[in-house]
Design a protein around this ligand. Sequence first.
Ligand code: NAD
Length: 490
Amino acid sequence: MALLPEVRESYGRLKFYVDGEWIDSESGEVHPAMNPAKDVEIAEVPYSTREEVKNAISVAKEAFEEWREIPLTARLRYLFDLKNKLEEHFEEISRIITQNHGKPIDEARGEMRRLIENVETAISIAYTLNKGEHLDQIATGIDETLVREPLGVFGIIGPFNFPVLAPFWFIPHALVLGCTLVVKPSEITPLSMDRAFKLIDDIGLPPGVINLIHGGKDSGEELIKNPDVKGVTFVGSTPVGRTVYRLAGEYGKRAIVQAGAKNFLIVMPDADVDRTIPALITSFFGNTGQRCLAGANLVVIGDIYEKIRDKFVDSASKLRLGYGLDEDVDMGPVVSRSAMNRIHGYIEKGVEEGARLILDGRNPDVDYPGYFIGPTVFEDVTPDMTIAKEEIFGPVASIIRAENLDEAIEMINSSQYGNSACIFTSSGATARKFRREVDCGNIGINIGIAAPMAFFPFGGRKESFFGVLHGQIDCVEFFTDKKIVISRWW
Ligand code: NAD
């Protein structure tokens, strides 16, 4: 066992970062941030008051006037510095992610790598962005020009499961483009973002360009409603996402809302079994099933069924559970006691509704007292069962039989969600039909987690996404507006 040391045992009471200063919250409302493997509190998270959110927004508004005037090349240098700092502190922040979220250290490192790729991609905007348009002589002596301008202050609301990465699908792009920000990470897993902000502090940005507050629903809603905020990006669950999108509409704000999921993985009779199984295992049980791109329903077609089921269950039952700072661990805990109870509830529901529990992850044998659930597999699941329809967000796989590809596609397209769907096959024609007919934003072909790279948009459809523009590279459009200038010189 190679147990890595924790960066710190405890992080005390968190502060806000506003106007370039670390400040104490006036709020009396404090919540614990936990280490979910050990079931111990490791920090106190103050929930910002309304006034504190308003203050952070007005500071960002003031900073916008200065930031947009700073030449692009100078703005880029801050981002280059940030990238270097993130590389220097790569391992440290990865360990903090693991300590506060529970995911195995290699998955935390993956999160950090993807985060840095977003910074790199945002830097590249300056070199690759459509620089605008100009047409001479649209009428006699008249020219027309399109100018792209930053819009102002934006709110960034993050989820617990990728606590630093998900907000970084937007943060570096907004900064390069000249916008200013108020960031509210998840109240459950705020520690890695807190550390990232210490690096942001080190690069010496003008005060107020990027601000950090903590809190839950009230702070999030204040960010959306405040008249000085131009828009919000949100990554989180569908019920909250729906509220965020509704409020954004009501208050006239731009919004990118990336929400919940229920992803199908389809295995065709011609799939390469030995290569498919490891991809399935990572998809269903990586990050303990707490990924918006995680597999949830495994649809197996034809006479390959028994073989896939047996190998899948066999591999799942061999995954090692424990504290993610132990390099030998494959699966950490789920994020909280309430998440564990919710997932247990779904397992009970699956049994009640007649699915067959063939691997039961409740009460696994682990050396730590935290919120552990082992890989859990149901078979004889039908698409109308609760466990096949609702997002469980834990290590629970539902195996469903289907006669043919059309039936599998029909199941996917009937789901309320449309985040991701994957197929395992050795037929190009089958893969092509799947890609064209499935109504989902991210498609995997012989890939179990169809996670788009930073230089592509992060897809999502139906109730997995509300809005027009997506995260990552797409958000360039989101943070800027186009001004049309028609000019005539006498
Ligand atoms: P959540 O919806 O509970 O919380 C997300 C964030 O919203 C938190 O910061 C929370 O404080 C804030 N919030 C809560 N109520 C709010 C309100 N009324 N107004 C504004 N903000 C509010 O989600 P979670 O449990 O932290 O994250 C898990 C969910 O996120 C899963 O459903 C997962 O599928 C989804 N997710 C989606 C993507 C994607 O790209 N589609 C990526 C990661 C996670």
